[in-house]
Design a binder for this molecule. Structure first.
Ligand code: FMN
Length: 372
């Protein structure tokens, strides 16, 4: 039983990659991630012009995070030393780079290759400023920038995609055509985390990127679409917090995953916990290598017009429910099929439309859908 995996020709000790962000902003931080057991680390995105130091730039709403930080504040030349520090104890370093033109991006990527990076990730998917319109959703531009890097380095090249586009499959195909070795998805999702109504202003002064637990469903959908559209290996990103979340991405086609926000908030030591959870799952299910479960849920993911209507209705599982105070199922049933009668929950089969909501709403997991 092993967590080790091969991704874009890179040999990784495990599939947990630390995503690009301020937690990987320099050599020391990257080294810490390796010491905590990361399979690889992506640097914070390296650009030609370092950005101004926006303060504040990260907001947390108790579930997810909005950030308006724009890339690395370390100059390209200075990354030489950072990569040296990062690799001082071994470990796969993926340099994240971004630029607007083929010549610029080629310049940064070749510099990173010379400095000892093991792979390149093109961070073309940031939702800050006009990022989505100008780069992430511009198929020709993504193709052009990817091709420029693929043609100029001898390293595996992965392209990071955005969920904020109308057709992610089309962008993924352009990346494949340009000769990239892998795709990672997703970057943060354009957001405004909230408005301070007392002071009548948004919590952060500009649009930002949302990340953490709440974006997992968006990441899963993007990864599944990419896996169904191209043959390239996929690295799943977005809202991963547990070993089970890693498995979800893998069952929808990901070979590896990246984690950012959860580690930023809870610490790199959680990498070990996630690895233990994966090993436990493998042990229980007699799995020798995680590649055995890659994409296993994809064939159960049907196109909308392929799904058949199953004549299922809700019913209370074995024990009756007398939770007078709760009544959550009664309140949420938009079809009026559930009522509290003589202190007992009753589901009217003939009215129930089998939507399934009550099963998930019930706090004691007492309702299930069954065939008629
Ligand atoms: C504070 C912050 C800074 C980030 N900086 C970068 C970056 O420099 N380059 C990049 O490609 N992605 C960046 N990201 C996006 C993450 O790499 C990742 O794609 C996203 O947060 C979703 O994963 P998560 O939910 O595990 O955080 C950043 C995210 C956050 C929260």
């Amino acid at each position: 039983m092993t967590l080790s995996t091969e991704f874009m020709g890179l040999k990784l000790k495990n599939p947990i990659i630390v995503a690009a962000g301020p937690w990987s902003r320099n050599g020391e931080m990257i080294k810490k991630a390796f010491e905590a057991g990361a399979g690889a680390v992506v640097t914070e995105t390296i650009v030609n012009e370092v950005n101004s130091d926006i303060r504040p730039r990260i907001a947390f709403d108790g579930r997810g995070v909005q950030n308006i930080r724009l890339y690395s504040d370390i100059l390209i030349e200075e990354w030489q030393n950072e990569i040296k520090i990062a690799k001082s104890r071994g470990g796969v370093v993926i340099a994240s780079v971004c630029a607007q033109t083929p010549s610029e991006i080629k310049y940064i990527a070749t510099k990173m290759e010379k400095m000892g990076a093991d792979a390149i990730e093109l961070g073309l998917a940031s939702p800050m400023g006009e990022g989505i319109e100008v780069l992430a959703s511009n198929t020709e531009k993504v193709y052009e920038l990817t091709k420029a890097v693929v043609d100029s380095v001898n390293l595996p090249v992965m392209v990071k995609l955005s969920q904020n586009v109308s057709n992610i499959a089309k962008i993924a195909r352009a990346v494949e055509k340009a000769g990239a070795n892998g795709i990672s998805a997703i970057d943060t999702v354009r957001c405004i985390i909230g408005v301070d109504v007392k002071n009548r202003r948004p919590y952060l002064p500009t649009y930002g990127g949302y990340s953490g637990g709440p974006i997992k469903p968006l990441g899963l959908a993007s990864v599944a679409t990419i896996a169904q559209s191209v043959k390239l290996p996929v690295c799943g990103i977005g809202g991963i917090e547990t070993g089970e979340n890693v498995l979800e991405y893998m069952m929808l086609g990901a070979s590896t995953v990246q984690i950012g926000t959860f580690l930023m908030i809870n610490g790199f030591e959680h990498i070990d916990k996630i690895k233990r959870e994966l090993l436990e799952y493998m042990n229980i299910n007699d799995i020798k290598n995680l590649s055995e479960i890659r994409g296993v849920a994809l064939n159960k993911l049907k196109a909308f017009d392929e799904i058949s209507v199953e004549p299922k209705t809700a019913r209370i599982k074995k024990e009756e429910c007398y939770e007078n105070e709760c009544k959550k199922c009664v309140k949420c049933c938009v079809y009026g099929a559930i009522e509290m009668k003589e202190d007992k929950i009753m589901i009217h089969k003939e009215i129930c439309r089998g939507c399934g909501l009550c099963c998930d709403i019930c706090p004691s997991n007492r309702i299930e859908l069954i065939w008629d």
